[in-house]
Write a protein that binds this ligand. Structure first.
Ligand code: ADP
Ligand code: ZN
Length: 511
């Protein structure tokens, strides 16, 4: 049967989503692949449909044990023989599953990474055609959700030499993708990266003072719509939910401190539209397939852009206009900074938090900035974010941009943001002297611009995709192909005029 017929027969869909078809063709052709698609983009199809066309079994590794049973039930309901293997099953259930496996009828088997060692013994002698590693960023300490059990997967390519491997994730920057491929032993894997753009989401950032009252006004305007409010702590979820309830809104809390039943219940009534607003920690939403979420509010700032993107991505899956509202507060940044300091991977976490903060403070199109984080560059401003809808004044900053880019090139792309500004301003501090960059031609070429203005300009240039931060190389600044056009091909650069503090204060008072 042809791919499209299978799509219709087993899944009830008439056409493929972007990239699905190419990926499926390559999977069937036996290639190793690295696929990055946003949440809701349809990653599962990339291995579920091929499993029907392959002779052997498809092994799916997924960390989401709680969702495995539902996924398998859904496949079975569609007539696809699938099963799963994880620690939630008792010995009897596992034995039943193994029986099915040996009978050779199964097409797909889902397993948690922790269970792979055990399952591996039972897979001996069973032909495995394809291995799908879902949420593959979990294997990399550079990703944002490292799980030690994933490192066990590194022997896959050697244990199952006939099988090809597809790694899938919604969040992996270029360096993380390279790391995933290396660790899974698929260095030569073909990469597919779907567009991350979600044009139907209006992006907005507001200062976090008086958040509760701001939300109250927002919710009044969006009456009867479904939405999620993300908070940092369980306590905040509870208190926001009860305050909103007191204001007459239909809200409930969701966090890991609730019982399993309570959480299931909140999730279920929310999906059924019997509850409008969920005040949740980031635990909420993983794998939830609700299409009409009209807004996602970040009451607290997320710890990085990957998390932010994933969370706002739960709004507007039906393609209708939806709103992503982020409150930006320095208290949150300080709190998050403490968490990052205490984490195993502090340097990267702090750099990612810094980027999140820059996003919140940006004076350029937010969507451009968001997409540039995923190495995707928009030519035009989006017209659907708070910056685009309330444009700051711009000036021709080609000269400043050339100075900064030239300094990046002349420092051999080995300067961090702070050091680069010091070099541009001709500072004579220890960092500059140690680096030896006082000898380069652009040293002091940007004296006339203040330190803070340089910082804003460079952040804008990062947001415009002219400069990239190499998180995994001490946050050194690198020039992108677009940046090279500015230096060598006469590309012009406009940057936003930086508002004076008193202007900012006046603007905030109006909101
Ligand atoms: P992801 O894992 O990328 O977050 P899923 O695989 O869960 O996304 O797919 C999200 C939703 O899109 C599911 O409800 C799925 O059935 C649906 N879907 C997948 N492929 C298609 C398609 N070609 N046409 C329509 N819907 C699709
Ligand atoms: Zn915009």
């Amino acid at each position: 049967m042809k791919k499209l017929e299978l799509l219709k027969k087993y899944f009830g869909y008439d056409s493929f989503r972007p990239l699905q078809e190419q990926v499926i063709d390559d999977v069937i052709a036996g290639k190793d692949l690295m696929v990055v698609m946003p949440t809701g983009g349809g990653k599962s199809m990339c291995f579920q449909l091929p499993s029907l066309l392959l002779d052997g079994i498809t092994l799916v590794v997924s960390p989401l044990i709680a969702l495995m049973k539902d996924q398998v039930d859904a496949l079975r309901a569609n007539g696809i023989p699938a099963s799963y293997f994880n620690s939630s099953q008792d010995a009897k259930q596992q034995e039943e599953m193994l029986q099915e496996l040996r009978s050779g009828d199964l097409k797909l088997i889902y397993a948690a990474p922790e269970s792979i060692g055990l399952l591996n013994n039972h897979l001996q002698g069973i032909p495995v055609s394809l291995i799908a590693v879902d949420e593959a960023h979990c294997i990399s300490t550079w990703g944002h959700d490292f799980r030690p059990a994933y490192t066990q997967l590194s022997y896959f390519k050697t244990s199952f030499p006939e099988a090809n491997l597809i790694a899938l994730t919604a969040t992996a920057d270029r360096a993380t993708r390279a790391d995933i491929k290396k660790q899974l032993g698929i260095q030569n894997a073909q990469e597919y990266v779907a567009s991350f753009d979600r044009p139907n989401l209006t992006l907005e950032v507001r200062p976090g003072n008086n958040r509760l009252q701001q939300m109250r006004r927002f919710l009044k305007k969006n009456k009867d719509e479904s939405g999620i409010i993300y908070c940092l702590s369980r306590k905040t979820c509870e208190s926001i939910a009860s305050k909103l309830t007191a204001y007459g809104f239909d809200a409930a809390a969701y966090h890991a401190g609730l019982s399993h039943e309570e959480r299931e219940n909140v999730q279920e009534i929310f999906i059924k539209d019997d509850l409008k607003i969920v005040c949740a920690t980031i635990a909420f939403g993983m794998g939830i397939d609700k299409s009409n979420v009209r807004f996602v509010i970040h009451y607290n700032m997320p710890k990085n852009i990957e998390g932010y993107y994933q969370e706002i991505g739960r709004a507007g899956r039906d393609g209708l206009n939806s709103h992503a509202l982020l409150f930006h507060s320095y208290a949150d940044v300080i709190q998050l900074r403490k968490f990052a300091d205490g984490s195993g991977n502090a340097e990267v976490q702090i750099a990612k938090l810094e980027r999140m903060k820059q996003f919140a403070e940006a004076l350029t199109c937010r969507r451009k900035m968001l997409l540039s984080y995923f190495n995707e560059y928009l030519d035009e401003d989006c017209g659907n974010c708070d910056v685009c809808l309330n444009k700051p004044d711009f000036f021709d900053a080609t000269l400043q941009a050339q100075k900064a880019l030239s300094a990046i090139v002349r420092t051999g792309e080995r300067a961090s943001l702070n050091l680069l500004i010091d070099v541009l301003r001709g500072a004579q501090n220890a960092a500059v002297m140690e680096s030896g960059f006082q000898a380069i031609k652009t040293y002091g070429a940007g004296k006339e611009t203040s330190w803070n203005d340089w910082q804003q300009y460079i952040v804008q240039m990062i947001n415009q995709g002219l400069i990239e931060i190499a998180f995994h190389e001490q946050n050194h600044l690198k020039i992108t192909p677009q940046g090279k056009e500015v230096l060598f091909d006469g590309r012009k650069v406009s940057l936003a005029v930086i508002p004076k503090p008193e202007e900012l204060a006046a603007k905030r008072a109006q909101q």
